[in-house]
Structure formats: structure tokens, C-alpha cells
Design a protein around this ligand. Structure first.
Ligand code: SF4
Length: 520
């Protein structure tokens, strides 16, 4: 009996409005592999694609082959999901299309205009969709991510030990979704690592690898120590929140179990700004002390900086980056971004009520590189700053000097991989567009130059169909508008206002919330 043919695509529109992939960027998405892993491999025929890694998905033969197309992706991917759906329906009118991810939860009503199945639940919901389309009995006995269907790497493998987050920062999509933190059974973590085969580094993609009771963290460290000593991997890394660093024993446990380092959301060195982000876990220790304690324990520390030009003056932001680049005892940031008022977050709600969202704001503009709100500084000054941020905010001479002094200070403390990844941030800061060859709209041309201003940014070539699209699907190539010409919520989103806005007084508290933990 023929197996159902399922194509899972991770949709993505590049921050730089490019139309190419990012195969060398770390981390990569494992969402397609996790979704595929929910299904019994003996009962389905599956293909995976990842636009983040490989660029726009244009394999029309695969779209003709599939009976069910499953689309996933983060907030900005909604337009891209519509576009891939239009291609699929143009070449294969019988195809069934399901979509999931944050915007299925934020825009359930709008999504139903474009997709046959809108999955607002967790990854397990893919089984219900497949069973609904093809009949019962497609669930995997023991779900395990299908890394075998993605291009292999001997260097980095990805795993997850939990899902969701126990904090509620005001700008984060986790807060918008408001789902409880849940840790995975340790046997599941073991299975994931063993299924990867040997990798130089296993990177945990959890939102907060440290969340949950202390006993669970200790048990997880013991498991990783055992696997590290068995040489199942060369080292591991994870994302943790700042509360992890308040107890030095945590760093010692991590180091003993083969940890190379951590990513943690520093976001800002300003106390006021951290409060504005409702990121109370970052107020316990000074940021600089947190970073130094991690590096001095022999573990590399990565972080990003988020600028909110509504609350922050550009001079203050520049003073912050100068402080960082003149301090070789801390790593440089891995990335810089503007705060994005993602749909459904408290920040979105606040900016909308304050009337600070720019008119004709499109989802496509919410890329962390474009101004989407009225800034505190004059608009021209702020757009010039955005342009500078996109081409390199910090002087290359200062970045090189920082890298050299950082190397001298930590060369005997950090592991080889830790040191290399720490130094790589000097490249990331020097060349923020590194690896994003083929961008649209940087130079004058068919798409125009980037304006860095929401509403008048060029959309890029993804919005031009590559093949003839039937008239009824042409609107799949229109961008999703978030605000109208007056800066109010756009009519298209009104039906989903209940998911997007927060009742007065329900601002994020930063108070941890936990779900039951599945202990081994
Ligand atoms: S700590 Fe804050 S920013 Fe990080 S995942 Fe949790 S809610 Fe989001």
C-alpha cells in the first residue's frame, strides 16, 4: 500500500531581505526534523526542507510529489508560508496544506483564509493532521527527530531537553504564547544524543536549559557527564537564563560534564532597559560580572544586544557598545537587533496602545533591522543609525584590538572551540551581513535601496512569483499589514485581536511558571 507523501518546509524570510540560505549560521532549525520524528517512519514517506539553511524553497517537483505540505516557521515567516502555499496549489491543486508555529496561535482566524489545517498546538499535532488526511495510525512509537533527513554535519548536532520558557520577557514570542515550561524525560534526551552520532558539539536549543527544579538540572548534568566520558560528543552548549549564573556550582557542574559554553539573553547593560523588558532575572547580577564569571570558569559566553530606540537615545546605545568593545574581559555580542514588538507580546500591545507603531507597518518589516516604532531621536538620525548597524556599528580597529586582548586573556582558560567561537564575534560585529550574499534591496535596483523604515522598505524578490500563479492565489504574495495608514491595528488582524492584545493590567511579570516535570 503506498505511503502518504509528506513534505515539511521550515519557511524563512531573511533578516537582510536576502534570497539565499544561511548554511553556516549557528544555530540551525531542527523544527522539520522534530515534526517528522512524530510520525512512524514505516508508514509515511517524508521529505524535509529548510529555507533558513538553504534559501527559498523552489523545488516544484517536490511540491507536485507531496500529498500533504506541512509549513512551520517563526513569526516573520507568515508571508513566506502563504507564498509556498500558492506555489504548491499552482502546481498541485489537490495538495493539502497544514501550518503551525507561533503565528498559527496568534492569527488563527486569518490563517484559515490560506491554509487547510491551522495547528495551534504543539508539534505532536502533526500526527492528528496526518491521521485526519490519510486515516489513523501514523504516530511514531518513540518520537525521535529525523536528523537523517537533513544534511549531516560532524561538527554540530542539535537536541532539546525541554520546551517553552519559565520567564515572561515583554518582547518575547514565548510570552505571547504563554505556554508552560516542560522538561523532557532524561531517557528522551539520551535517545536524541545517541541518535545524532558523534559530534564535536551538541547544542541544546531549549529556550531555557536551566529551568525547572534543581534536582532535574543536576540529573541532566550527570547524564551529560556520563555521555561525555563515553565520548558520545566532544562538548555541549546550551541557552540559559541569567539566574543560572547566580550559583557558581552550576558552572562547575557544567564544566565537568563537557560544556563548552552558553548563550544567554543579556539584551542590555542598562538597568532601566532591562526593567522595561520585564527581564527581572537579569537584574540579580550585573551583566558584566555574569559574563566574566562564565569565562573565568572556562566556558564561553555568547549573548545578543537589543536596542529599543523608543526608550533609548542613540547616544546611550553607542556608549553601551563602546563600553563593551573597550572591555576585553567580556565577549563581544554575537548580534545586535532592534527590539521587535512581536505580535501578541506585551511590548506589541503597549506600543499599539501608545500609538507608537509606524503606519503601514508590515510583518516583513519586523526583522530587527528596520525601525518599526517612532523613535526618541529624530527619524533621520534613527534610520542613519539603523543603516550603520546593518553595515557595522563598531570600528574594525577597536574590534580587532578587543579580539587580540580577549585572546591573550582567555587563551589558557577556554577550550579551543570556546575560544574560537568567542573570537568569531569580532567577525560577526565587523561584517554583520557576513554570509548573506545575494541580498535584495541593498543597492539601487529593481527592489530599490533599503530605507530601514517600516512601511517603505523594499519587500524583496520573494514577493514576485517565480511561476504563473492562478488569480485566486495572487494575494498570497501581498505582505501582511500589521497597522493601517493611521498606525492602528490593520483590519486584517481585527478578528484575531483577542490573541494579539492583552487585557489592561496583564503586563509581563517575569515571574517563573512551571509545569509538571517528567523525571526519569
Ligand atoms: S528568558 Fe525571556 S527572552 Fe528568553 S526565552 Fe524566556 S521569555 Fe523569552
Amino acid at each position: 500500500m503506498p505511503k502518504p507523501r509528506i513534505l515539511i518546509v521550515n519557511c524563512y524570510s531573511d533578516n537582510h531581505r536576502q534570497a539565499r540560505g544561511n548554511p553556516r549560521v549557528v544555530p540551525q532549525s531542527i523544527a522539520p526534523a522534530v515534526l517528522a520524528g512524530m510520525l512512524d517512519p514505516a508508514r509515511v514517506d517524508i521529505r524535509l526542507a529548510c529555507e533558513f539553511r538553504d534559501g527559498p524553497f523552489e523545488d516544484l517537483d517536490a511540491l507536485r510529489w507531496a500529498e500533504l505540505l506541512v509549513l512551520t516557521g517563526l513569526n516573520p515567516a507568515f508571508d513566506r508560508m502563504k507564498q509556498v502555499t500558492a506555489y504548491a496549489r499552482a502546481v498541485n491543486p489537490a495538495i493539502v496544506v497544514g501550518m503551525g508555529g507561533p503565528l498559527a496561535r496568534m492569527l488563527p482566524n486569518l490563517s484559515q483564509r490560506y491554509f487547510d489545517y491551522v495547528c495551534s498546538g504543539d508539534v505532536e499535532q502533526i500526527v492528528a493532521v496526518v491521521d485526519a488526511v490519510f486515516g489513523c495510525g501514523h504516530a511514531a512509537d518513540v518520537p525521535i527527530p529525523r536528523h537523517d533527513l537533513l544534511p549531516a554535519s560532524r561538527i554540530i548536532g542539535y537536541a532539546e531537553a525541554s520546551r517553552n520558557c519559565n520567564f515572561r520577557c515583554s518582547f518575547c514570542s514565548m510570552t505571547a504564547e504563554d505556554r508552560k515550561f516542560m522538561a523532557y524525560d532524561l531517557n528522551d534526551v539520551r535517545r536524541q544524543i545517541e541518535a545524532l552520532g558523534y559530534r564535536q558539539c551538541v547544542m541544546f536549543l531549549d529556550q531555557n536549559f536551566f529551568a525547572g527544579p534543581r534536582a532535574y538540572f543536576t540529573a541532566r548534568m550527570a547524564l551529560l557527564k556520563e555521555l561525555f566520558e563515553q565520548r558520545r560528543f566532544g562538548g555541549w552548549a546550551a541557552l540559559v537564563t541569567a539566574d543560572f549564573f547566580t550559583n557558581p556550582d552550576n558552572l562547575a557542574l557544567a564544566r565537568e560534564s563537557g560544556c563548552i559554553g552558553f548563550f544567554s539573553g543579556v539584551e542590555s547593560f542598562s538597568h532601566a532597559q532591562i526593567q522595561s523588558y520585564a527581564k527581572k532575572q537579569n537584574l540579580v547580577l550585573p551583566q558584566e560580572r555574569t559574563i566574566r564569571s562564565c569565562l573565568e570558569a572556562g566556558l564561553v559566553f555568547h549573548y545578543g544586544l537589543i536596542f529599543d530606540l523608543v526608550d533609548q537615545k542613540i547616544d546611550d546605545v553607542l556608549a553601551e557598545t563602546e563600553f563593551i568593545v573597550s572591555n576585553p574581559r567580556i565577549t563581544l555580542p554575537s548580534f545586535l537587533s532592534f527590539a521587535i514588538p512581536l505580535l501578541g507580546t506585551p511590548l506589541f500591545d503597549r506600543r499599539l496602545r501608545e500609538g507608537l507603531l509606524l503606519p503601514n507597518l508590515r510583518l516583513r518589516d519586523m526583522d530587527g533591522r528596520s525601525l518599526v516604532c517612532h523613535p526618541a531621536d529624530p527619524l533621520e538620525t534613527a534610520t542613519a543609525f539603523a543603516r550603520l548597524m546593518d553595515s557595522g556599528l563598531l570600528s574594525k580597529r577597536k574590534l580587532a584590538a578587543h579580539a587580540w586582548r580577549f585572546f591573550r586573556h582567555y587563551r589558557s582558560t577556554l577550550t579551543r572551540w570556546g575560544l574560537l567561537s568567542g573570537l568569531a564575534n569580532a567577525w560577526a560585529m565587523s561584517y554583520p551581513r557576513l554570509g548573506s550574499n545575494g541580498r535584495d534591496g541593498i543597492r539601487p535596483g529593481r527592489d530599490g535601496c533599503r530605507s530601514y523604515l517600516a512601511g517603505c522598505e523594499p519587500l524583496g524578490s520573494l514577493y514576485r512569483p517565480r511561476i504563473r500563479i492562478p488569480e485566486r492565489y495572487r494575494d498570497h504574495f501581498e505582505p501582511l499589514y500589521v497597522t493601517d495608514g493611521d498606525g492602528e491595528l490593520h483590519d486584517d488582524l481585527i478578528d484575531d485581536a483577542a490573541s494579539l492584545l492583552h487585557p489592561p493590567g496583564s503586563e509581563a511579570t517575569g515571574i517563573p511558571t512551571y509545569n509538571a516535570i517528567a523525571m526519569p
